[in-house]
Design a protein around this ligand. Sequence first.
Ligand SMILES: [Zn+2]
Length: 100
Amino acid sequence: MAVNEKITCDICGVQKGEANHWMLWTTEFFVPGPQGEIGGVRFAPWHRDLYRDYNHLCGESCAGKLLAKSVAEWREIAELSRCIPSGESHDSKVMTARSH
Ligand SMILES: [Zn+2]
């Protein structure tokens, strides 16, 4: 059933047509400890019963771009977390890593 809704890629903004190399993605939060959470990314194949609940990518190349963007963010988080002494209770000004 072709519903007349506009689905666009979250990375390049292209509008979805009939061709289907599309996939779904969502953020997932990993909580390594009491000092905050790390925003991860999850990919899934396109599914007509699921796509309304997730974000959209037009294909593998945009999935790659999203991953590259996330990796760049994770690198910053890794650098920040290196400054926080582990196992200590200096948790007054902990950076909460949260991606948007
Ligand atoms: Zn795209």
